[in-house]
Each structure stands twice: as C-alpha cells, then as structure tokens.
Design a protein around this ligand. Structure first.
Ligand code: PHE
Length: 453
C-alpha cells in the first residue's frame, strides 16, 4: 500500500474537523434539543458533557488516529487485534446516519430555493409535510420516490462524491477551507440581524434561562450527552480517520481543543440566531416563545420558515442565508461520514481511493432513496432515535471502556504530550476511565428502560 495521505496544513485539518463537527446538528438539532429539554439547563448540561466527555474523547480519538495511522477498524486492530469490530460498528452507525443525513441536506437545498419566493406561504406546516415531503400515512406506506427531493439529493451526493474522490488534501481539505469560513460568516450575519430584532430578548431568555428543576431529569442529561457525541462527531470513527492523516509532528491536544471549542461556539451562535428570530416571531404573533419553539424536527423546516416570513422585505435574503448555511454545514459533515467508511474500506481491502469511493457512495446513494419516499420522515425519525440513543452512546461507551480499562491509556498521553503545546494530565485519564463511562452508561441504560416501557 502506498503512503498514507496527509493534510496540507494545520488550518486545513482544523477546517475539515470543524466541518465534520459543525453540521445539521448545530443548526437544526441543537436548538430543538435545547427547546425540548429545559432551555438554559440543557445548555449547562451540554457544557458539562463537553468538558467531561467531548473534549477528552476528542483528544483520545485524535491521539489514537495519529498514533496508529489507520481508519477506525485498523486503528482499533492495531491497539488490540480483537477490537477491530468496534471500528466496523462505528462505521455501520456512520452508514445509517449518512443515508438519512443526506436527505435532510437535500431538504435544505430545496428550501434555499423556496426562500426566494417564500413558497411555504401562510401554511409552512402543510407545505413541508404535504406539498414538499408528500408524507404518506406511516412508515410502511412508502409511496413513490419524491421527484422534488431527487434532484437536490443527487446534488448533495455529487458534491460529497467529488470531494472524497479527489482525495484528502485536494478534495476534502479544499472544500472545507472554502465552505467553513463562508458558513461562519453567514451565521454571524443572521445572528446580528436576529439579536437586533424586537422580541429577540425573549427568545434568548428561553434559550439561556435555566429551569433548575430539570437538573435531575435524566432525559435532559441523555439529550445533552447524545448531542455532544453527535455534535462533535465523536465515537463515529470520523475523528480517528481524520487525525490519521495528520503529519508526524502535530499539536494533537491543541487541535482537539480548537475543534471542540470552535464547534460549540458555533452551536451557541446558531442557537442565538435561531432563537432571537423565534423570539421576534413570538412577539409578532403575540404568543410565548415556548409555543413556537418546541417543534422537534420541524423547527428548521416549519417554524423557521414562518419566522423568516416575519422579516418583511429582508425575508428572502435571510431565508437563503439560513438554508444555505444549513446546506454547507451538512455537506462538510456528510463528506466526513463517508470518508470514515471509505478510508476503512481502503485499509481493509487494499483498494484505491477512487474505486472505494465509487463503490461506497454508490451503495449509500441508492439506500438513501428510501428516505426520499413518502415514508421518509417516519423512517428517519426511527433511525435517528436508534442511532443516537444506542449507536453512539454504546459505540462511545465501548470505546472508552476498552481503551480506558483494557489498554494503557498513559501510552496515549505520552504520545500526544511531547508534540502538543498544551499537556494533558491526570484529569484526562480520570475523565476517560471514570466519568465518561459512568455518565454514558447511566444515560444509555435509562434510555433503554424508557424505550422498553
Ligand atoms: N457533527 C455533525 C453535526 O453536528 C453530525 C455528524 C454526525 C457528522 C455523525 C458526522 C457524523 O451535524
């Protein structure tokens, strides 16, 4: 096998890693998770999860990817031959995410176009479910493939395909270096407009004011930990894969901190943008923010379009900005989810990048058609729930348990410390060995119990 590919620069790597982390999860999922889970208290739990699981696991994944230089299965196999399957498990989870994630990107592409004329009119809910998704009665009633989704879906796949096909440095890195700065810029503009609108304060209060009575609610904690895993793309094989392309002397710990903090600041920014505009809408309609905020999946595609329509003549601009931001954020994440699998296939079967990319994205693209049917949203809900509550938490839990307890963690600390500016200490070992397994295990089990009831 030839030499492993490498990133062209540190900035390029950070953009790609941030590109993976910043995704639909930050703009679409974070606000509705916060809304459903006690607003500010969710945010506090989320920050706690970031410190106790997010950052430590990111350092772990960057560390092992860099040290063992393989996609996730190969990296786990090099740590211990018996653990290769854990890498494949994470890749499987990636596959399930990719096939629905891409469809949400397709929606965002369509809505970028719809924003120009505000095609949703006065009834965004009927528009989204009826005119656009053409929802059938349930998950088993597929209906036909929705031709309105087909074109944007193809576009999303083509962009992801080309980026991966052309390689780590000339494809993935280059795309991230262009899209991510533009993305930040767009969201800053939306946030500035948002916070200067009348009613914004009520929206922001809703996002930040902690309802302390929910501090003991395990659902809030599960949601916060689940969000951290999903949000940072950890326990998905991705960050291991990306860091395996780092040059020998790389500031692994610094990169992990930068990636996590950039991602979470972005979530905060996106949350502020979304909630200030929702606050404005609530004021316009004379209802409390809580009434417009808790819309689950529909937040981005039903509530937000309605909110955009309250912006008057600026509505088309902010609509396009918002949905384009969603598209850019999604595309760079989609690239990473696929790259994790493709890299593993290349390692395992000694295939070239081009062949592996054609095979894998071709298969995934065909499977994603299932979500472009009239039953797509129902199936998406089920898969999202399964993947997020079990796939990730258990994938992550096993990872920290195996590496934390069956392996010499100190060797990873000793690997990253000499090359990093910021040194990790025993707090890191404590987080990986004790805190993360306890919290992830507890929340995983509680969710399982709640599901069984
Ligand atoms: N982190 C991405 C987001 O926030 C989602 C993602 C999940 C990306 C899994 C890759 C893998 O949207």
């Amino acid at each position: 096998m030839g030499q492993r590919e490498q990133w062209g620069s540190r900035f390029g790597f950070i953009m790609a890693a941030v590109g993976s982390a910043v995704g639909l999860g930050n703009i679409w999922r974070f606000p509705y998770m916060a809304a459903d889970n006690g607003g500010g208290i969710f945010f506090l739990c989320y920050l706690f999860a970031l410190l106790t699981a997010g950052i430590p696991i990111m350092i772990l994944e960057f560390g092992i990817g860099h040290k063992y230089r393989g996609g996730a299965p190969l990296t786990f196999a090099r740590i211990n031959r018996k653990w290769e399957w854990l890498g494949w498990w994470q890749i499987l989870v990636c596959f399930f995410i990719a096939v629905y994630y891409v469809v949400v990107i397709a929606w965002a592409i369509s809505f970028t176009g719809f924003s120009i004329t505000q095609a949703w009119g006065d009834a965004p809910k009927d528009f989204f479910f009826g005119n656009y998704l053409q929802l059938t009665g349930g998950p088993f009633e597929l209906g036909g493939i929705n031709t309105q989704i087909l074109l944007p879906l193809a576009l999303a796949w083509v962009i992801a395909f080309i980026s991966i096909y052309t390689g780590v440095k000339s494809g993935i890195e280059r795309v991230a270096k262009v899209l991510i700065p533009i993305l930040f810029f767009m969201v800053v503009i939306i946030a500035i407009r948002g916070v200067t609108l009348p009613g914004a304060a009520a929206g922001l209060n809703f996002l930040f004011e902690p309802d302390f009575s929910r501090l003991t609610d395990f659902k809030v904690w599960t949601a916060a930990y689940g969000q951290i895993f999903f949000d940072l793309s950890i326990a998905f094989a991705i960050m291991i894969t990306y860091s395996s392309y780092l040059p020998k002397n790389s500031d692994v710990v610094g990169n992990a901190f930068t990636t996590c903090l950039t991602n979470c600041s972005f979530s905060l920014l996106a949350g502020m943008a979304v909630f200030s505009i929702l606050g404005h809408m609530a004021l316009t309609q004379g209802v409390p923010v809580s009434e417009v905020a808790g819309a689950g999946v529909g937040l981005a595609f039903i509530t937000f379009p309605a909110a955009i329509s309250t912006l008057g003549s600026a509505a088309p601009i902010f609509g396009v900005l918002f949905f384009l931001a969603l598209t850019f954020a999604g595309i760079t994440s989609l690239i990473s989810i696929n790259e994790a699998a493709i890299s593993a296939i290349m390692d395992k079967f000694d295939l070239g990048r081009k062949k592996a990319t054609v095979l894998y994205t071709g298969t995934a693209a065909v499977c994603s058609l299932l979500f472009a049917t009239g039953a797509g949203l129902y199936i998406l809900d089920i898969v999202d729930h399964f993947v997020n509550n079990f796939g990730i938490v258990f994938g992550g839990l096993l990872e920290v348990l195996l590496i934390g307890w069956m392996f010499n963690l100190k060797s990873i600390k000793d690997h990253v410390n000499p090359i990093s500016d910021f040194k990790i200490g025993n707090w890191w070992i404590f987080s990986i060995k004790i805190v993360t397994p306890l919290v992830a295990g507890y929340t995983g089990i509680m969710t399982l119990i709640a599901d069984l009831q």
